[in-house]
Design a protein around this ligand. Structure first.
Ligand code: WQD
Length: 339
């Protein structure tokens, strides 16, 4: 039976894809977003995809009036919490802002949920809580450590939820540790569109493909990997969105919390990703070998069995689909601009 779900950060990259998946699963969804890292036209794009009006509140979690307005306007059954700052490099330059938004924001949300009698939350965590993993593929029991302020805020967020659930059994949390989300919605209407020079690999390659950047800088080709470049567990954003629906429904039906890796269990290198994107866009994409990026680890690869056992979740989209969906999105967006 459809529930009323609040998505904080629901106009963002993963939030907007999860919005579509939840509506298609029959739920009623409310978005709260300050649009600090989201295109202003996402709500109308979501209406085009779902064929239904979008309910959204513009505001920030740290503003009590915003949270009051949301929880007084809607009887919220569960929350998916995406709203956070997420750039690893930036987090080292403005650590206090990251801790305030990501940690104080989570605490403010939890307090307002408790006051409203809402005790189900899916938390957007990250493989970055594993730091430099000692065991690969990485199991959920692996030791956690932070290598950036961003990672610290995700680890602290997980620990806040652990403490709360241990103290008060009304709460049930789904903590999802994303590996590397990539790609775009099959409609070509929503996707990742970072401002400026992207930090992450696929959006950077996408900007090379549309001619906005001259070449990909490959951050090191002397790692202990088959082709020397970094290996990552890339997961299609539509698979990731579906994992959120399954996590929410498990929380609401069974009331049991879970902590899960959300990945594919398959890793690809930087050069493999580049070649796959060339197949998707039909162009040669130049690259240069650059120095390693500080903080990078050689391999990030998920153990994925627990998500299959607990949620019945398995990723379905492969690398070529990830690249094809990204290319369809970015080329449509740029053609629209060119007109
Ligand atoms: C992937 C691979 C790079 C850019 C980060 C965050 C993580 C999550 C996802 C938020 C690596 C290489 C990259 C480039 C390159 N973010 N690369 N040239 O670092 O695995 O994860 O983003 O939740 O928390 O840590 O992703 O896409 O930046 O890098 O060679 O211009 O591509 O060295 O091997 P990463 P990424």
């Amino acid at each position: 039976m459809g529930k009323k779900i609040l998505l904080t950060g629901g106009a963002g990259y993963i939030g907007s894809h999860t919005y579509v998946a939840l509506v298609e699963a029959g739920h009623e969804v409310v978005i709260l977003d300050d649009f600090s890292n989201a295109r202003e036209d996402v709500p109308e794009r979501l209406e085009l995809i779902t064929g239904k009006p979008v309910t959204f509140h513009r505001g920030n979690l740290l503003d009590p009036a915003t949270l009051d307005s949301v929880f007084e306007s809607h009887k919220i059954d569960a929350v998916v919490h995406f709203a956070a700052k997420k750039a690893v490099g930036e987090s080292m330059q403005i650590p206090l802002e990251y801790i305030e938004v990501n940690c104080a924001g989570l605490i403010a949300l939890l307090k307002r949920m408790q006051a409203a009698g809402c005790f189900r939350l899916v938390f957007s965590s990250s493989a970055t809580v594993y730091g430099e993993p000692k065991v690969v593929p990485i199991p959920e029991e692996a030791e956690r450590f932070y290598t950036s302020t961003y990672a610290y805020t995700k680890l602290m967020g997980e620990q806040i939820l652990e403490q709360l659930a241990a103290a008060d059994d009304r709460w049930a949390f789904g903590t999802l540790r994303y590996f590397n989300p990539v790609g775009a919605h099959r409609s070509g209407l929503i996707g990742e569109d970072p401002n400026g020079i992207p930090n992450n690999l696929m959006p950077y390659i996408a900007k090379v493909a549309v001619g906005e950047l001259p070449a990909l800088n490959v951050f090191g080709n002397d790692y202990d990997t088959p082709d020397g470049t970094g290996l990552r567990d890339y997961i299609h954003v539509e698979d990731l969105a579906r994992a959120h629906v399954l996590s929410l429904e498990a929380l609401m039906e069974r009331g049991e919390g879970h902590v899960l890796n959300i990945g594919t269990g398959q890793a690809y290198s930087v050069l493999e990703m580049l070649k796959a994107y060339e197949r998707a866009c039909g162009k040669h994409l130049p690259h240069v070998i650059a120095p390693r990026r500080p903080g990078d680890v050689p391999v990030l690869l998920a153990r994925v069995e627990r998500a299959a056992q607990v949620l019945g979740f398995r990723a379905e989209h492969g690398l070529d689909d990830m690249c094809a969906s990204s290319w369809a999105w970015i080329s449509r967006l740029r053609n629209a601009k060119a007109r």
